[in-house]
Design a protein around this ligand. Structure first.
Ligand SMILES: C[S@@+](CC[C@H](N)C(=O)[O-])C[C@H]1O[C@@H](n2cnc3c(N)ncnc32)[C@H](O)[C@@H]1O
Length: 210
């Protein structure tokens, strides 16, 4: 199913590349098999994946970190991408690395990320080594107040992510579709995410690097 295309050594890390061969039908089948969740992702006539995730009673955040991923989010995303080897969590906060291991980028040194860096530039991050990025930016100035950070220019983050290798995917959770270059990224999937009553709706956009 996978085709090995090479190794790359950076620092102490050996990064492995497997060319992704899964199509979205296979990704969705794997998602349903691993999570045992309803098969609520569909391939539209335009070839784009659409769907809705209703987090139900599983909306709580294990770490209790403000804005942290709700329970089952990481398991769901991971199950869509069994072919990915080198994972990068951008705006990583207190992401649950036991559930979805990977390297991390955050601007807050107290969180001890792999790369202490501004996601708008990521100059210290060897992005060309990663084949899957999960991004969870603060959504508003009010959210930023919780982190003591300034509002992020989403288009700058997407510009930095242009340094990813071809066929890398970016899973972006937000209330806004970030501006991106259509000659650099293709939107392959859009998934609405509902939690319980009185919580904001969010959207997941999955980009593929061209
Ligand atoms: C929504 S939280 C992420 C929570 C994470 N998904 C989790 O499960 O814990 C946003 C994170 O972005 C970080 N952040 C804010 N501005 C940033 C920037 N310019 N560059 C990198 N990280 C930033 C904050 O420190 C915060 O940890």
């Amino acid at each position: 199913m996978f085709e090995k295309v090479g190794n790359n050594m950076v620092g102490n890390n050996t990064f492995e590349f497997d060319m992704p061969k899964l199509n979205w039908n296979e990704r969705i089948t794997h998602y349903a098999k691993i999570t045992k969740m309803p098969r609520n992702l569909f391939i539209g006539e335009d070839g784009r994946v659409v769907g809705t995730w209703i987090m139900g009673n599983d909306y709580r955040v294990k770490s209790a970190y403000y804005g942290g991923y709700p329970a089952t989010y990481l398991k769901r995303v991971k199950s869509l991408f069994p072919d990915k080897k080198n994972i990068l969590h951008v705006f990583s906060g207190k992401v649950d690395l036991d559930t979805f291991p990977g390297d991390t980028v955050d601007i807050n040194p107290a969180l001890n990320p792999t790369y202490l860096d501004d996601a708008q530039h990521m100059e210290t991050v060897p992005l060309y080594n990663y084949d899957l990025v999960l991004a969870d930016p603060p959504y508003s100035v009010e959210d930023c107040d919780h982190y003591g950070t300034s509002m992020v220019k989403r288009n700058a983050v997407m510009r930095a992510l242009q340094r990813l290798p071809p066929d890398a995917h970016v899973v972006w959770l937000d209330q806004v579709l970030p501006m991106y270059r259509k000659d650099e990224f293709k939107v392959e999937a859009t998934i609405g995410m509902w939690k319980s009553t009185n919580h904001r709706f969010r959207g997941i956009t999955i980009f593929r690097k061209l």
